[in-house]
Design a protein around this ligand. Sequence first.
Ligand code: FAD
Length: 375
Amino acid sequence: MDTTAVILGGGYAGVMAANRLAGQGHPVRLVTPDERFTQRIRLHEYAAGTRADPTVDYATLLNPDVQVFTDRAEAISPVARTVRLASGVLLDYGYLVYAVGSGESQVPRGALAPDRLSGAEEARERLRQLGPGERIAVVGGGLTAVEVAAETAAAFPENPLTLYTAGEPVPHFSTGARAGLLRSLRRAGVSVRTGAVDPERLPEAAVVLWCAGFGVPQLAARSGLPVDAAGRLAIDATLRVHRQDRIYGAGDAAVITDPGYGYLPMTCASAMPMGAEAAGNILRSAAGTPLARHNSGFLGQCVSLGRRDGAVQFLTAGYTARSFHLHGRSAAVLKEVICRMTLRWIRGEAEKSGAYTWPAGPTMTPQPRAQGVWS
Ligand SMILES: Cc1cc2nc3c(=O)[nH]c(=O)nc-3n(C[C@H](O)[C@H](O)[C@H](O)COP(=O)(O)OP(=O)(O)OC[C@H]3O[C@@H](n4cnc5c(N)ncnc54)[C@H](O)[C@@H]3O)c2cc1C
């Protein structure tokens, strides 16, 4: 029986899964269209020009036994257990990990999308060309919008920046944490305007940065696999597709539809544990042992607000706000440490399969779906 694991997507979830498998001697092929790993959590810095390069050489992150295909998956056949790549290559799989991420939302004409490398590159170029006084608009009220707005405003003090948010920004933060975050935004020079933006009528600005939500690739839907309304691959608590014992999902492109998992947001902090857990369950399946139910949770959420300011909202395991929050320089430092740790965790897993561990999730009781996505 072919046990080769084919991993679709070389982001946080895919790379973590690949390393966990390869370190156990399991054959792994990683398919990614990108020449280098993109640190999406750094893209606001890259767009604003405060970071020269948000990418990292895959060779420094991956177990050397992972075979990398620089290609894009076009179609999955669960019956034939094959993946057709854009180059025409047909890959057989024994196990599949679907981890194609979320940098594909629709963006209105005239706006730029800094949540993906190509959009951040474009934004960086356009921001650089701004003359003094030309206006910048950021649309969205989630954490990406807030980070993009603060980073850009601090880097372009001569250009008035307005954050347009449909409701309160970062609604899952406590009132106190949100108040501190709004103070930081004001200090960075961000004006906040509340009210939904019509995608057909963008705000008057020289540059409009669209950060109104993550969109996932439609590959699973196109391939006839079960998906939710957004096109995320529907998986069970063991991260496996219902009635497909060889296909697993991890990261932003997948959603656990079993009761109790609605708290898991689209974040890197969910993607890495899911990648590692999916790999662990493939190893269990290959060994004929029972699969584990996914169990991951949160301690806090760190937000950068320019290079010298930040906010940390401490969280319950189930992603609800605790009363404790941090602001200012210490929060910015903590955020920077966590960003660096993501690469360390990936490299640690490349050196020793099983090295990466994560906080436990909440006690499982069915809950309504959370609104909290990173975007
Ligand atoms: C500015 C910004 C800041 C953020 N900050 C934080 C933070 O501080 N903390 C946090 O937890 N989260 C943060 N996030 C969210 C985080 O980046 C995402 O949740 C995370 O990247 C999801 O990881 P992933 O592996 O699922 O997907 P991704 O990192 O998006 O990787 C997906 C990979 O799949 C590849 N792919 C796509 N289509 C195909 C295909 N057809 N075939 C093969 N490969 C394909 C992509 O090229 C990419 O390599 C931030 C996001 C942004 C934009």
